[in-house]
Write a protein that binds this ligand. Structure first.
Ligand code: BG6
Length: 255
């Protein structure tokens, strides 16, 4: 904490917390765009933050991405907390295996010594397939559990970067571009104002469910994500932000 003061990180945390109307902001020093070590530190800070807020008998939903992979890598044991269940927030979003929520969920649970359940649904479902899959008893049961989560941990991405990284169908890509999407989180694409311009059709947590979640922890850093973070924050659904110094400074300039 003393180190944070010396670096001026406490100032960034309190100012951002106020301006973004969040319960908590955690800023680690450095630039995760250029340093894998800083990304790891963000992961460590996020893991600690999860433990600070987690209670017995709770469900934690996690999203995918490389930042969440860093959280998984730095995850710490649950300790005295009993009966915690980790689940992926949403079904397939077109990511590679290592970036998928399922993979990260299993890894986080393993490191935490907690339980987990996985959601096996194909990527980019058609409306018909979506409607029939959510009626499958096993999926239905898990979806209920996912929606009972008291905590959601997710990354935020630059819209264009995410659309390119996922195997986004051409029409959707055009829609994202035309809608001037700047930010992305768990398959939702947001414009500068925080309006949803596109969502990947899949099962699990939906944007409207977030208002029922006690702790929505967003973790994202690097100057390249400042606009994306700002856009998502305009939805004001997150309660906690874990970020890095360069993103925090860039964000403050934008606010
Ligand atoms: C996706 C998540 O898997 O990763 C999104 O569903 C997030 O919530 C994205 O925006 C961020 O990825 P990264 O690799 O930049 O952490």
């Amino acid at each position: 904490e003393m180190m944070k003061d010396v670096l001026g990180l406490t100032f960034l945390e309190t100012t951002l917390k106020e301006k973004l109307h969040l319960d908590e902001v955690i800023v680690v020093s450095g630039d995760s765009d250029h340093s894998p070590l800083v990304k790891k530190e963000m992961g460590r800070a996020c893991a600690q933050c999860i433990m600070n807020h987690l209670q017995d008998d709770e469900v934690v939903a996690v999203a995918g991405g490389t930042t969440l992979a860093a959280v998984a890598e730095m995850m710490i044991p649950l300790g005295h907390r009993r009966n915690v269940l980790f689940v992926p927030a949403r079904g397939g979003l077109g990511e590679n295996v290592e970036n998928q929520a399922n993979t990260i969920c299993a890894k986080i649970a393993e490191r935490a010594h907690g339980k987990y359940r996985l959601l096996h649904v194909p990527d980019q479902l058609s409306k018909e397939a979506y409607e029939s899959i959510i009626e499958e008893p096993e999926i239905k049961d898990l979806l209920k559990i996912i929606r009972s989560a008291k905590m959601l941990v997710h990354g935020i991405g630059d819209a264009q970067t995410m659309a390119e990284r996922r195997k986004t169908p051409k029409e959707d890509f055009e829609k994202i571009k035309k809608g001037k999407a700047v930010g992305e989180a768990f398959g939702y694409y947001f414009n500068q104002k925080g309006e949803v311009v596109h969502k990947v059709q899949t099962v699990g947590m939906q944007l409207e469910d977030l208002k029922n979640i006690r702790n929505v922890i967003a973790v994202a850093g690097g100057a390249s994500k400042a606009k994306a973070i700002k856009a998502y924050m305009n939805q004001s659904l997150a309660t906690i932000l874990v970020t890095d110094e360069v993103a925090a400074k860039e964000l403050l300039r934008e606010l």
